[in-house]
Design a protein around this ligand. Structure first.
Ligand SMILES: Nc1nc2c(c(=O)[nH]1)N[C@H]1C(S)=C(S)[C@@H](COP(=O)(O)OP(=O)(O)OC[C@H]3O[C@@H](n4cnc5c(=O)[nH]c(N)nc54)[C@H](O)[C@@H]3O)O[C@H]1N2
Ligand SMILES: Nc1nc2c(c(=O)[nH]1)N[C@H]1C(S)=C(S)[C@@H](COP(=O)(O)OP(=O)(O)OC[C@H]3O[C@@H](n4cnc5c(=O)[nH]c(N)nc54)[C@H](O)[C@@H]3O)O[C@H]1N2
Ligand SMILES: [Mo]
Length: 772
């Protein structure tokens, strides 16, 4: 049973409630209770049972809420509160009917919030907005593919089109999508990773030769020390808390490095254990370093310096000399560089006391096996790549890569963002991959690097890119510099969104626009040869199958694979030797080609059917093999720099609330941070409020301070006094994207600097009750 067009109220931000206290624990009974509510309300018992019970089970589907791995021994309820929200949001029986488009012109959709758009329900049929018109109207699939093919085939150069991917797309769909795009003739493959872990790929690729985690799931329980930097697992990777709890029970200590005291880092009640339900939970972090935003690079250098000083005091006892000699390069340069480290600059950059850094260094020296994990608090900085190289430096000094219980662990975001990259979604895939692809399908793939996310906006703005096609995601919502991104998109000739649900990118369109609705991962994907499964790769390189379990929400939905196959046939004809019709009938045929092209995926169809799937090879993890130009792991010298903050300003980070998945807003609460019924808040420490002459609860405009003098401002935000690091502020993404200049990017990776915006807070008059 489906339901149409529910009444959804926009939030009234004047109703906002603030408790003022962060919670110090995460999950437990309220977590499970909250997770069940949305499912039961929208879906009814049967659909809820079929989805939630199938989550992350061996014959079920992979949870689409994050890339955290599944443990080998799965519990019946291998899901978390936020996984349940993601599933419910997708598997909802609420649908957008044909009458919706007549009732809601694009100009109206533009006024709507992400929350409202997402709550309208699942997209059910292709719709088209002709140039000059303000409404989408239903069209047939055939008509839709025809419009795209005509447009793409009339462009003077294939580089005038860009093809975006968000990280939920399966390996099978991603492999075909990049084949189609390269067959068409461009490497313009921007993806969500450009805004996410790109800095990790760069920092690790240049030092250890692989941009992926060097740990497996089981390593967490074997570690002596786990350092969690710039990551909020209680909200964004809740199942990671179980692994951390197991590590604690096995004797590990845990250190959290964060400007905010995030719940979940501080204490965890495991809902899957009786002890967690009735007890006080496990204290997770043994040490909390409340670092200033952007201070991690200085902190890491200071710890490495202490390690090198300890070695100098007791030669031969501290460093892993055998490992360094056999496998690494650059120790002397690093030693010389860190000998010059200015401790005063470190204390200024980190906001920490020297004793706190000493304590972390002691912990590091006492531990034989250390894992460092990180996420957006590290990558989305101007010095993100350099900071990740410092993580690698610190790990290498004591041989913490390529042994059990130790390693570097970027924790990926989207559930298959890592797999998409493995399958070729990258604007600069290496020549070996392109060679194999060209050989397999008898064509010459383009070699010139394509446009990434930031470059795509630049080229759309400057008129170079005229057609934008997105496999999922919400490009203009997720990108930095909202105004620049939206006006660039509006300047294109045609925008196409392949989506499950409405979002901002369906309202901000090219002159012509298409929406192509697709099946979600929860749904049964029935093709001519029978029901199909797809495959995904998690953050520790484990690849496994995902089977949809519920009936598709509407009869005319096509899978992502089917959409790519039909589009490719229309656009390319027989330009490359690919059996598009066959691929759609039987996904085994796609996997057969993946076996031949993607290193590590040989014999894919057999390996993917093994219980639990298989793990991709990883040189540093498996055999301390480093695929760098020298064949050695590189210790690197990185000039220290921290974020400068002119007097009267703060450094603002944009982050996720507990009720959202990226640009998808499930609700208006941020339970662990004590916020209810609103998102237009800015978190500032009480000391900074006092210094700036501002008060908790007051309303301010949050204004970006950049030399380009473009007005970037969030209006009428409510101040929340919060125990943050000094000089730092925080607001929610995606709203805060209006503040991030397009050209503010990480050096090397071009990732937008979403975690360090220099802002001024300007008091505004209280809204009077009459106008509120
Ligand atoms: N429920 C849910 N799950 C998700 C997502 C979601 O939106 N909702 N998104 C998914 C995606 S795509 C991703 S990439 C991940 C994101 O997962 P996270 O990276 O955990 O997400 P953010 O909310 O951006 O949190 C960044 C954390 O870094 C801290 N931080 C900010 N600046 C700094 C800094 O300079 N130094 C340090 N040390 N810390 C800093 C912040 O206080 C915050 O705790 O989660 C994935 N999982
Ligand atoms: N300021 C700021 N900006 C950021 C960040 C930040 O921390 N701060 N984080 C960045 C990060 S880490 C990321 S990963 C990006 C995220 O950028 P995106 O991946 O582009 O954004 P999402 O919000 O995850 O995309 C949600 C949309 O995907 C579609 N969708 C959902 N499931 C499916 C599916 O199975 N198939 C298809 N085809 N479509 C589907 C739905 O239409 C939904 O509305 O944002 C980045 N932007
Ligand atoms: Mo992400």
């Amino acid at each position: 049973m489906t339901r149409k067009n529910p009444e959804v109220e926009e939030a009234d931000e004047s109703d906002i409630e603030v408790s003022g206290h962060p919670k110090t624990w995460a999950a437990g009974v309220p977590g499970v209770y909250h997770s069940m509510q949305p499912a039961l309300k929208h879906m009814g018992l049967e659909r809820s049972r079929k989805t939630l019970l199938a989550l992350n089970q061996k014959d079920g589907f992979d949870c689409m809420s994050c890339a955290w791995p599944d443990p080998g021994h799965r519990k019946t309820f291998e899901f978390c509160e936020n996984g349940a929200k993601a599933v419910t949001w997708e598997a909802t029986p609420v649908v957008i009917g044909s009458d919706f488009w007549q009732e809601h012109p694009v100009s109206e959709l533009l006024q709507r919030s992400e929350y409202w758009l997402g709550m309208q329900g699942r997209l059910t049929e292709p719709v088209y907005k002709p140039a000059g018109e303000d409404r989408y109207r239903p069209v047939s699939w055939d008509e839709a593919f025809g419009i795209i093919a005509d447009k793409l085939n009339s462009l003077p150069s294939p580089d005038q089109a860009a093809f975006y991917t968000s990280g939920r797309t399966s390996n099978e769909a991603a492999f075909l999508y990049q084949l189609f795009i390269r067959g068409y003739g461009t490497n313009n493959l921007p993806d969500c990773s450009n805004m996410c872990h790109e800095s990790s790929g760069w920092g690790m690729g240049q030092t250890i030769g692989v941009g992926k985690a060097t740990v497996s799931y089981d390593d967490f329980a074997k570690a002596d020390l786990i350092i969690i930097m710039g990551q909020n697992p209680g909200t964004n990777h809740p199942r990671m808390l179980t692994a951390l709890e197991e590590a604690k029970e096995a004797g590990a200590s845990i250190v959290a490095v964060n400007p905010l005291p995030e719940a979940g880092l501080m204490r965890y009640k495991n809902p899957q254990k009786v002890k967690g339900i009735i007890g006080r939970g496990t204290d997770l972090a043994d040490q909390f370093l409340q670092v200033r935003i952007g201070g991690d690079m200085a902190l890491l250098q200071a710890v490495s310096r202490r390690v090198l000083d300890a070695e100098a005091a007791n030669p031969g006892t501290v460093l892993d000399h055998q490992f360094l000699e056999e496998h690494c390069q650059g120790l002397e340069e690093l030693r010389a560089h860190l000998a010059e480290l200015d401790e005063a600059a470190v204390l200024e950059a980190t906001g920490l006391r020297a004793e706190e850094i000493d304590e972390l260094a002691d912990r590091y020296l006492r531990a034989e096996k250390v894992i460092i994990t990180w996420a957006m608090g590290i990558t989305q900085h101007k010095k993100g790549v350099a900071t990740i190289k410092e993580i690698i430096n610190l790990l290498l000094l004591r041989g913490n890569i390529g042994k059990p219980g130790a390693g570097a662990s970027p924790i990926r975001g989207h559930s298959n963002v890592q797999g998409d990259r493995t399958m070729g979604i990258w604007e600069q895939m290496p020549p070996a991959f392109l060679d194999a692809l060209g050989k397999e399908f008898s064509f010459e793939p383009p070699r010139q690097h394509g446009a990434d996310a930031v470059e795509t906006i630049r080229q759309m703005r400057d008129g170079g890119i005229k057609v934008f096609i997105a496999m999922g995601g919400n490009f203009v919502g997720a990108m930095s510099d909202t105004r620049a991104a939206e006006s660039a998109m509006a300047g294109t000739d045609l925008s196409v969104q392949i989506s499950t649900k409405l979002n901002r990118s369906h309202a901000v369109t090219g002159a012509e626009a298409l929406i192509l609705p697709t099946l979600g991962r929860t749904e049964i994907d029935l093709q001519e040869s029978g029901p199909q499964f797809v495959s995904v790769e998690d953050t520790v390189c484990a690849v496994h199958a995902s089977h949809g379990t519920v009936a598709p929400v509407a009869p005319h939905l096509l899978s992502e694979v089917a959409i790519v196959c039909q589009l490719a046939q229309r656009v390319l004809g027989d330009r490359i030797a690919a059996d598009w019709a066959g691929f759609q009938k039987d996904y085994d045929l796609i996997r057969e080609h993946i076996s031949h092209v993607v290193v590590g995926c040989e014999d894919y169809n057999r390996k993917i059917r093994q219980e639990g799937g298989f793990v991709l090879p990883n040189g540093p993890r498996d055999s301390r093999t480093f695929n760098t130009p020298t064949g050695k792991a590189m210790l690197t010298v990185n000039e220290l720099e921290h974020v400068e903050r002119p007097a009267g300003t703060l450094i603002l980070q944009s982050m996720r609330s507990h009720d959202q998945f990226n640009t998808t807003i499930y609700g208006h609460n941020d339970r662990y941070r004590g916020i209810k019924k609103g998102r237009e808040v800015v978190f500032v420490s009480p000391e900074d409020l006092a210094e700036l002459g501002l008060e908790d609860g007051q309303h301010v405009d949050v204004r970006g301070v950049y030399p380009d003098n473009v007005e970037r401002v969030l209006r009428n935000y409510r101040l929340v006094s919060y125990p943050s690091a000094r000089g730092c502020a925080a607001a929610y993404y995606p709203e805060a994207n209006v503040l991030v200049p397009l050209e503010s990017v990480a050096e090397g990776s071009q990732t937008p600097v979403s975690k360090a915006v220099i802002v001024k807070l300007e008091p505004v008059a209280e809204p009077s009750p009459a106008t509120a």
